[in-house]
Design a protein around this ligand. Sequence first.
Ligand code: ATP
Ligand code: MG
Length: 434
Amino acid sequence: MENRTYTADVEPGTSATVAGWVHETRDLGGIAFVIVRDKTGKLQVKLEKDEMDEELVETGLDAARESVVKVTGDVKEEPRAPTGFELVPESFEVVAPADPQLPLDPSGKVDAELPTRLDNRTLDLRKPDVKAVFEIRSEVLRAVREHFRDVGCTEINTPKIVATGTEGGTELFPISYFGEEAFMNQSPQLFKQLMAGSGLEKVFEIGPIFRAEEHNTPRHLNEATSIDFEGAFHDHNDAMDVVEGVVKAAYEAVSENCQEELELLGLEDEFDLPEGDFPRLTYEEAIERVNATGELDEMLVYGDDLSTEAERALGEDVGEHYFITNWPSEIKPFYIKDLDDDPETSTGFDLMHPRMELVSGGQREHRYDHLVEGFEQQGLNPDEFEYYTKMFKYGMPPHAGWGLGGERLIMTMLGLDNIREAVLFPRDRQRLSP
Ligand code: ATP
Ligand code: MG
């Protein structure tokens, strides 16, 4: 809009046009205030009934809450106004009226349940604290991209419609592709590996993953944003170094560039940057520590996966980001390489936040024969994956990588109770629209 000034940028002694939403109207009798809100803040517009044009005053007073208005006038210093300034209008235009019957209260004075908020995200994101989450999300994605570029990675985009899944059929969403069965991709796993073997060598992707998980939990979505990395000539330790760098870069960027948002979320004093190296616990050490907490009804034995309760007990015990390495091979996917000197133990690793898993990764099996064998052992037909395995015959370097759940990163960073708070339009068992 031509000549529009953000409310945060108005200067006393000048004329300005502001445009935004009617946040609140306060009618004090002879004088009334309309508070106009935009992306940057709020500004008080003063209406003096006896002094100003009658039609202007009426338009201002009649504009329902959340109507879009455009107001032009002189900016004056006014110590009693919330921001220290007020606008004395010469013109007051209602650009788009709002129905006075709002489905939720964007001023935040009346709380709304999450489903109501998700059904009305446009209004929900007029609340500064909700908006702050998505400003931070945007900053995290920016910082992550920048960090990847700084360490020599190329951003890629791989198909989301695929012929076969990576991890077996149960979590796949089938779709119809010109009459043929196809699926929404669960992970860019195979494609990013193919690119690690290409001339690009070090790649990353930020994109959607689709998982037909039946369970409805506070940390699972059916469509999530995965931050993926794959690097040629990397082993699992190198890959852990990369993800540690990415997570730290995200926290640092938010701490540096989102102080206002952190304040809105009440986190300004609680936002701790992860410091030092993330501890790397072997799977064996991890289950010993879980058992030592005495929090579990049943002791874990070698070969068990870590339950949600086990993750929580361990997280409380460790108290910071940590890796779990050296998993038993049998509970990690077949495309993850085993340790050269110990085929029962996998190079797979998880990066954990004290509250939950953030990342799974590992060094990949790059030897053609072993890979094909792995497909067979997994009960998958290697022929269906020929487009992938074939490339392992033409010079596939050793490589390693990982996938980081974008929403889980934001959720744990900001202490959100529910992963849905970190997604604009979440997809879950109950929710396909909006
Ligand atoms: P979990 O055991 O917590 O369900 P997973 O081991 O099945 O996760 P991976 O296949 O290892 O998940 O995916 C890598 C990362 O992607 C996970 O660590 C997590 O951060 C994220 N992720 C996976 N599935 C989901 C999901 N359904 N919703 C949100 N994030 C997910
Ligand atoms: Mg995992």
